[in-house]
Design a protein around this ligand. Structure first.
Ligand code: ADP
Length: 586
């Protein structure tokens, strides 16, 4: 793989040194060719930037914003990587709403370029984006066996499998970093009959896992896909053990009949943990991800078999000749035009999704006649801060927070399913609510620190003071809190019948509020696949050589995805897609 990437670069550079560059690029040497890294402090952590330069061009900008909030870090990284490449200088504008992270990226990029010997002032003077100039691009053709499109959870799982099988493949990622929506998964991975469950005395069965999933999905799911997910879940957990990405901690998650959700030992969010461990494994194996490279088209031969992929990279337009493609491009929750096409009622709804979740895989597969299933099934998350799209994790309500409307009163059992709580919010005046919690809850839940540091919380020493800041009648809010604390004491909620998340009352000052409303969270529909992860066309036939896994597909989750099933989906079907592609090219 490494050799293959080196070959790419060699050919690409050779192409650039030819006519196109001679005409348009500055002739003088501006950098010492090579790859340089630097980091600078963002809001929560250092942000790393890796820049590759030729003698007179910045050819690649890869940004790792994984320690920042996925919402802001991902957005800033995606936009600034493109902006720096376009301008050919690190002095680009910060992204509004993500200024601190942007400045960290810009500072790290500047340091990396200085290390490459750049005179930053001269780069500014030569800005490429002034006067509408475009950085010249080469054309490049690469032969490989399999192309994986998308380096989220499903794509990275498939990549590790293909490497373990010793196959030649290419892994494309359109963003300057890996992880996609997978990074945002906080809970864990559902799996049944695992060795961890057995060791912990938990009785479960794959049949029960499948039945819970069907029930949670309002029986709209494809039962064959659900059965495969359940039956192959324990071996997927075993496989994660073998690649040092174990999920040993088991707990309860909504919609499950028994404790089934498997999470990292250290209590970290499952998505970030898996992306970190998958990336480390790929690195150790010498698999390089081709970042900032967007697949645009799937190519078929005269018989309709997959034979290639077209992609736009930072420095070249690529044609990959291959025998099979694994689509792992994720969902379309970040593409408003696309989700409103299927769900006009969601127009204007904010999204919690990573910026790469634009449905490209669905569109590319459709162009080859792929069938779609449940495409209008989109899950809303009820607690999303609307100006930043920061998702307020369910644990805040699970640990005791309540929701009130602008009138200062509760309006729902806060721990009903996501769809039900979202629907209740949309019935309130202004279609928003406030999530209210206290210092005790802040002390016990790590996630709150990010919300406070991001500037989205309002706080006051008294309930009345909080109410005033929110424009709520102070006496009404004080009564709501007082009533609630009584319900917690009695362990009975006569208003809305809430029975969970009632272990602690809300009596420790200061008090906090975040204004929230529903946000697009997960697109449950997508391309139709069979149990071998082959993409199925509108005539019910498999498209030869085309496989898909993860959020790009439909059928696994039906009308409602249970927490813990997105990660199960990507690992289990990521593995199946790789196995099927290997079998196909044999
Ligand atoms: P899943 O959970 O199914 O793995 P993710 O959202 O985690 O989905 O990952 C999908 C990845 O695919 C994201 O990193 C996204 O940026 C990437 N991606 C989406 N479209 C393309 C494309 N056209 N070319 C390359 N990568 C893509």
């Amino acid at each position: 793989m490494k050799k293959l990437i080196c070959l790419f670069l060699a050919i690409t550079l050779a192409l650039f040194s030819a006519a196109a560059l001679a005409e348009t690029a500055p002739a003088e040497t501006m950098f010492t060719p090579g790859t340089y890294t630097a980091e600078a402090q963002g809001i929560f952590s250092p942000v790393k930037v890796q820049i590759t330069v030729s003698g007179n061009r910045i050819t690649s900008v890869i940004i790792d914003p994984s320690g920042e909030t996925p919402e802001l870090g991902g957005m800033a990284a995606g936009k600034l990587s493109a902006a720096i490449l376009q301008a050919q200088t690190p002095n680009v504008d910060a992204i509004s709403g993500a200024t601190i992270t942007s400045n960290a990226i810009i500072q790290a990029a500047t340091e990396a370029l200085k290390a490459a010997g750049a005179d930053i002032g001269a780069l500014d003077a030569n800005r490429w984006d002034k006067g509408g100039e475009d950085v010249p691009k080469g054309e490049k053709t690469v032969d490989t066996e399999i192309v994986i499109i998308g380096a989220g959870g499903a794509g990275m799982t498939a990549a590790i499998m293909l490497h373990q099988a010793g196959k030649d493949f290419v892994l494309l990622e359109k963003m300057p970093y890996a992880g996609g929506n997978t990074t945002k998964a906080t809970g864990g991975m559902n799996a049944a009959e695992t060795h961890y469950q057995k060791e912990q005395g938990i009785e479960d069965s794959t049949a029960l896992f499948a039945a819970d999933t069907m029930k949670g999905g309002h029986a709209l799911n494809d039962p064959a896909l659900v059965a495969v997910m359940a039956n192959k879940s324990a071996e997927a957990i075993d496989w994660l053990d073998t690649i040092d990405a174990s999920l040993p901690k088991i707990s309860y998650s909504g919609g499950a009949s028994v404790n089934r959700i498997h999470a990292p030992e250290d209590g970290s969010g499952v998505g970030g943990y898996l992306v970190d461990h998958f990336s480390a494994k790929l690195n150790e194996l010498g698999v390089e991800i081709l970042y900032n490279t967007t697949a645009t088209e799937l190519i078929t031969d005269g018989e309709g078999k997959i034979c290639g992929v077209k992609a736009e990279g930072e420095d070249a337009s690529y044609t990959f000749n291959c025998r099979a493609v694994i689509l792992a491009t994720g969902g379309f929750g970040a593409n408003e035009e696309m989700y409103t096409q299927y769900r006009p009622d969601l127009k204007g709804t904010v999204t919690t999704n990573a910026p790469g979740a634009t449905g490209d895989g669905i569109v590319m597969a459709q162009a080859l006649g792929a069938d779609l299933v449940d495409i209008e099934q989109i899950q809303l998350h009820p607690t999303v801060e609307q100006t930043t799209s920061i998702l307020i994790t369910e644990s805040v309500r699970g640990d005791g927070a309540i929701l009130v409307n602008q009138g200062g009163v509760r309006f729902t059992n806060e721990l009903l399913t996501r769809d039900a709580v979202s629907a209740a919010e949309l019935e309130q005046e202004g279609q928003y609510a406030y999530i209210i919690f206290d210092q005790n809850l802040r002390d016990h839940l790590k996630a709150i620190e990010k919300y406070v540091k991001s500037g989205i919380t309002v706080q006051a020493d008294t309930i009345e003071g909080l109410a005033e800041q929110l424009g709520i009648d102070p006496a009404t809010l004080a009564k709501t809190l007082n009533d609630w604390n009584g319900y917690v004491k009695d362990q009975r909620d006569p208003d809305f019948g809430r029975t969970t998340g009632m272990d602690a009352d809300l009596t420790a000052a200061p008090y906090y509020a975040i204004k929230i409303a529903p946000g697009i969270h997960h697109t449950m529909g997508g391309v139709k696949i069979n149990t071998a992860a082959q993409v199925i066309n509108t005539e019910g036939k498999a498209i030869p050589g085309l496989f898909a896994a993860g959020e790009v597909t439909g059928g696994v989750h039906g009308g409602n995805r249970l927490g813990g099933n997105a990660v199960a989906d990507i690992v289990i079907f990521g593995r199946i897609a790789a196995e099927s592609a290997l079998e196909y090219i044999k």
